[in-house]
Write a protein that binds this ligand. Structure first.
Ligand SMILES: CC(C)(COP(=O)(O)OP(=O)(O)OC[C@H]1O[C@@H](n2cnc3c(N)ncnc32)[C@H](O)[C@@H]1OP(=O)(O)O)[C@@H](O)C(=O)NCCC(=O)NCCS
Length: 231
């Protein structure tokens, strides 16, 4: 089956996040990844498998459940999904890419390329690889390589001067086989975590507190001074 026409202009049930034709001519020979047997985004090796942009209807095809195998996703309503899909599409630069098992209409693999617009390097573009996951019952069949190589080649095709990722130590080898390198003196990923706010409602409206004050809130709640809900 490979890539198809996925209603690129968004006229209904299978609206795509980005134009599907961008995946049709990716040259897998440009990647150092070794595929045995040879596969590509256009020819994923099985007639029941397709590599394509995320579609609005993927809410019903287990896309969020698949992401749940990577990290916590939360209880996302269809409305929330739709709004985020629309915002991503309007913003541009979001290339959420999926593999579907068309026999059962389920998303079985996903990876996201985000393209950052820069002033440096002569108004360059930088790609970032995010949210790589393959359904656990389909792992070990080259689909991880397939989806990562697809979005990496797409980044190159779109004109990015480099593509970066963060990963767990045990996956360094996996990404090295696909062309990613730890660069000496430049391989540290650092994070700053932000505490989500706690919303406290009371009879005059809502106040926002940081979770640091949760002990105080717990006491106040116990004394029935306030109704507390965490969002
Ligand atoms: C990482 C992941 C996407 C790989 O998917 P996959 O379909 O099993 O990968 P492939 O079949 O294409 O395997 C490619 C190679 O990587 C190796 N590999 C795969 N997962 C690995 C892991 N967790 N640790 C170490 N090596 C791994 C495989 O052994 C294989 O090696 P080979 O080519 O020498 O046989 C998948 O294991 C997954 O979804 N994990 C949970 C989510 C996650 O950790 N995502 C990455 C976030 S950075």
């Amino acid at each position: 089956m490979g890539t198809e026409n996925f209603n690129e202009n968004g006229d209904g049930q299978s609206e795509s996040l980005y134009p599907a034709h961008l995946l049709q001519n990716l040259d897998f020979n440009k990647s150092p990844a070794i595929f045995k047997p040879k596969i590509s985004a256009a020819q994923p090796g099985e007639d029941w498998m397709v590599v394509r942009p995320l579609q609005r209807s993927d809410y019903d095809k287990g896309f969020l459940q698949l992401l749940g195998q990577l990290t916590s996703v939360g209880n996302i309503s269809r409305k929330q999904f739709d709004e985020r899909f629309t915002l991503m599409k309007q913003a541009g630069g979001y290339y959420v890419t999926v593999i579907e098992d068309t026999r059962i209409s389920k998303i079985i693999g996903a990876a996201t390329l985000t393209v950052e617009q820069k002033f440096i390097h002569n108004c360059s573009l930088r790609g970032r690889l995010e949210d790589v996951v393959v359904n656990d019952t389909y792992r070990g069949k080259q689909l991880g390589k397939l989806i990562v190589v697809t979005v990496s080649l797409l980044a190159q095709e779109l004109g990015c001067y480099k593509m970066s990722l963060d990963c767990k130590d045990k996956l360094i080898k996996f990404y090295e086989t696909l062309g990613y390198r730890l660069e000496a003196g430049n391989s540290n990923a650092m994070n700053m975590r932000f505490v989500p706010p706690t919303v406290v409602t009371w009879n005059r409206g809502a106040i926002q507190f940081s979770l640091k004050s949760k002990y105080l809130l717990a006491i106040l709640n116990k004394q029935n001074y306030l109704n507390i809900s965490v969002v």
